[in-house]
Design a protein around this ligand. Structure first.
Ligand code: MG
Length: 172
């Protein structure tokens, strides 16, 4: 049987991943409204990835015979002053998510839940990537700050980002 504290922590994390999805969807829609189609595409893919993270946790609870509890999703900001600000918020948000993921990993170790610890290993690696991507995007956005042509070129580049199904869902 899944440890009660682990069960609760993963249900809370499902909600946090859904909130992340909603945050990036809001950024995508705000970027659309500001005419940045490429930035909107980048954040829309980010939104899909966060939904995937929630699904991976749901699949995990189901496979451990532990009920998924879907809770209400708190409101997210809906407007940003600039694309740079979106990426600053993205990096800060991913750093918070990393702390949540690490805490679940630590809890799994504390209660000798090896299966959950293994599942968390994927998420721990994923957070290294998420933070790296956010840092790189923030650096790119800041490099072209106040430069219309630079923003235009960056937006074009981001239009090319494509979605890839994450490993744990692809192999299901
Ligand atoms: Mg996530």
């Amino acid at each position: 049987m899944l440890n009660e504290r682990v069960h609760e922590a993963i249900n809370a994390q499902i909600n946090a991943e859904m909130w992340s999805a909603y945050l990036y969807l809001a950024m995508s829609m705000d970027a659309e409204a500001k005419g940045y189609k490429g930035v909107a595409n980048w954040f829309f893919i980010q939104y899909r990835e966060e939904l995937d993270h929630a699904h991976i946790f749901m699949n995990y609870l189901n496979s451990r015979d532990a009920k998924v509890e879907l809770r209400s999703i708190e409101a997210v900001p809906t407007e940003w002053n600039s694309v740079q600000e979106m990426y600053r918020d993205t990096l800060a948000h991913e750093q918070k998510v990393t702390a949540l993921i690490n805490a679940i990993g630590a809890l799994a170790n504390e209660v000798n839940d090896f299966a959950t610890a293994n599942r968390m290993a994927w998420f721990i690696d994923e957070q290294v990537e998420e933070e790296e991507n956010a840092r790189e995007m923030l650096a790119s956005a800041e490099a072209v700050e106040d430069n219309k042509y630079g923003m235009y070129m960056l937006d074009k580049e981001l239009a090319g980002r494509t979605y890839t199904t994450p490993g744990p869902l692809a192999s299901k």
